[in-house]
Design a protein around this ligand. Structure first.
Ligand code: PLP
Length: 442
C-alpha cells in the first residue's frame, strides 16, 4: 500500500529559487480559485473532509494532497501538507512527513529502518531523550542492538559496524557538547555496510546544514526548536528522498503510530519558517560574541562552540556547515554551588530546557536534559556538573554579555561570602577554644 507521502514535487522548478524565498512562500501560494486567496495558509482544523460521492475506484493511496484531495486529517491535512512541502524543499529532499514532536519523527525514522535482530550504531553524545529511546524502546523492547560510539572519529564508527547493522544514527553538532561527525564519511561507512544514515539536524536547521546533500538517507528535526523558533509549538519532521523509505515512514506517521503534527502547530511552523534565515543569522552572530566572551573569561574552564578556532573540529564545521549555529556549552571553573549562583543571578537567560527560540535560554544538562543518564555515563561523556548549555537568542548581544557578567560577579561574590563565613566560623571556633582553655585554666 502506498501512503500519502508529501512530495516536494516541483523541486526542479523550486530549485531555481533561493532558500530565503522558499522559506517564505513555498507550499503556501495564494489560491484564488476559492474566491479568497489567503496570502498565508489558513489553519485547517477539520478532522474530516467531505467527498463528492461514493467512488469504488478511488483508493486511499490515490488521494493527492497537491490536487487538494483530502479525506481525514490523520492521513493528510492542507496546513500540514504545506509544512511538509516547504521543509522538503528547504532540506533538498523529495518527501517530508510532519509529526507531533521531534521525538515522534525520530521514532518513525528509526522504526522504518530496523527490524528485530538488527543493529544500530549511534553517536554517544545524543540528545538524552534519543539515547534513552534507543536503549529502552529499541534495545530493551524491540530486540534491536545498539552501540553508542564516539563518532568524531569515523574509524570508530566503521569498527562498530556489524553485518546486521541497518542504521547509523547521528546528530551533528551534538547536544550538549557540540561535537561534530563528518556526514559524508558517515554516509560512506553506512552505505558500505548496507545500512542507512539518519541525521538529527535540529541544532543547525536546513539553513546552515543539509545532510541529504552530503549523503544522509533521512534528516529529522525537532521543529520545536529553530524551525518554529518561538518556543510555542511542539513538532517534528522527517525528510527523505527514497520513495520506499518515505512510504515506510508515511505508514508509521499516518497508520502505524498516527503521531501527526496538529494543524495549529503546522500553522505556527509555517509562520516561523518565514523568518528562519533571518533568525539563524542573528542567532549565529550573537552566539559568536557570547562564545568569544566566554572563552576570554578567567572563570570559564572550557567553551564548546564549532565557530571557535579552538573547537577541535572547527575545520570540519566550515566544510560541512554554512554557519555555526546558536547553541554552545561551557564549563564554569568551579563547582555545582558556583553554577547555582551563576544561573540564579541571570536576568536575560531563562533557566529552561529546549533551544532554538528567539529568547536566550540556559540549562544545566547534568540535572535537566541529561539527568536520565547515569552519573558515571555522564562523567564518561564529559557532561560535568559545571557544564551549562546556552541557546543564544536574538536579543542585543551587549545585553546578553552584561547578563553573563552579572552571573560571574555573583559567583565571585558568593565565593567571597562563603570564604568570609568560613573564616568567621574558624575565628569563632578559635575564640571558643580559647575561652574553653581559659575556663579550664580557672
Ligand atoms: C537534538 C534534539 N533532537 C530531538 C529532540 C526532541 O524533540 P521534541 O522535544 O520536539 O520531541 C530534542 C529536544 O530537545 C533535541 O534537542
Amino acid at each position: 500500500m502506498v501512503w500519502l507521502c508529501m512530495s516536494s514535487e516541483n523541486l526542479s522548478e523550486s530549485d531555481a529559487k533561493r532558500f530565503e524565498t522558499l522559506a517564505v512562500t513555498h507550499g503556501e501560494e495564494p489560491d484564488l480559485s476559492n474566491g479568497v486567496g489567503d496570502v498565508t495558509s489558513p489553519i485547517h482544523l477539520a478532522s474530516t473532509f467531505a467527498v463528492e460521492g461514493i467512488d469504488m475506484n478511488t483508493a486511499l493511496e490515490d488521494l493527492d494532497p497537491d490536487a487538494d484531495e483530502f479525506l481525514y486529517t490523520r492521513l493528510s491535512n492542507p496546513t500540514r501538507h504545506a509544512v511538509e512541502k516547504r521543509v522538503a524543499a528547504l532540506e533538498g529532499g523529495e518527501h517530508a512527513m510532519a509529526f507531533a514532536s521531534g521525538t515522534s519523527a525520530i521514532v518513525a525514522a528509526v522504526m522504518a529502518a530496523v527490524e528485530p535482530g538488527d543493529h544500530v550504531v549511534a553517536f554517544d553524545d545524543l540528545y538524552g531523550g534519543t539515547n534513552t529511546m534507543l536503549k529502552e524502546l529499541f534495545r530493551d523492547k524491540l530486540n534491536v542492538a545498539v552501540d553508542f560510539v564516539d563518532a568524531t572519529d569515523p574509524e570508530t564508527v566503521r569498527s562498530a559496524m556489524r553485518p546486521e547493522t541497518s542504521l547509523v544514527w547521528m546528530e551533528t553538532p551534538t547536544n550538549p557538547l557540540l561535537k561534530l561527525c563528518d556526514i559524508e564519511a558517515m554516509a560512506d561507512i553506512a552505505h558500505e555496510g548496507g545500512a542507512l544514515l539518519g541525521v538529527d539536524n535540529t541544532f543547525m536547521g536546513p539553513y546552515f546544514q543539509r545532510p541529504l546533500e552530503l549523503g544522509a538517507d533521512v534528516v529529522v528535526h525537532s521543529t520545536t526548536k529553530y524551525i518554529n523558533g518561538h518556543s510555542d509549538s511542539l513538532g517534528g519532521v522527517a525528510v527523505v528522498s527514497d520513495d520506499d523509505y518515505a512510504q515506510e515512514i508515511g505508514f508509521l506517521q499516518q497508520v502505524g503510530m498516527g503521531n501527526v503534527m496538529a494543524p495549529f502547530d503546522a500553522y505556527m511552523v509555517l509562520r516561523g519558517l518565514k523568518t528562519l534565515p533571518l533568525r539563524m543569522r542573528q542567532h549565529e552572530t550573537n552566539a559568536a560574541e557570547v562564545a568569544a566572551y566566554l572563552e576570554s573569561h578567567d572563570a570559564v574552564a572550557a567553551v564548546h562552540y564549532p565557530g571557535l578556532e579552538s573547537h577541535p573540529q572547527h575545520e570540519l564545521a566550515d566544510e560541512q556547515m554554512d554557519g555555526h549555529g546558536g547553541v554552545l556549552s561551557f564549563e564554569i571553573d568551579g563547582d555545582l554551588e558556583d553554577v547555582e549562583r551563576f544561573v540564579a543571578a541571570l536576568e536575560e537567560f531563562t533557566l529552561a530546557v529546549s533551544l532554538g527560540g528567539v529568547e536566550s535560554l540556559i540549562e544545566h544538562p547534568a540535572s535537566m536534559t541529561h539527568s536520565p543518564l547515569p552519573a558515571e555515563e555522564r562523567a564518561e561523556l564529559g557532561i560535568t556538573d559545571a557544564l551549562l548549555r546556552v541557546s543564544v537568542g536574538v536579543e542585543h548581544p551587549k545585553d546578553l554579555l552584561s547578563d553573563l557578567e552579572r552571573g560571574f560577579e555573583a559567583v565571585e561574590k558568593g565565593r567571597a561570602n562563603a570564604a568570609d563565613a568560613e573564616s568567621g566560623a574558624s575565628e569563632a571556633s578559635d575564640e571558643s577554644d580559647a575561652s574553653e582553655a581559659s575556663a579550664s585554666m580557672d
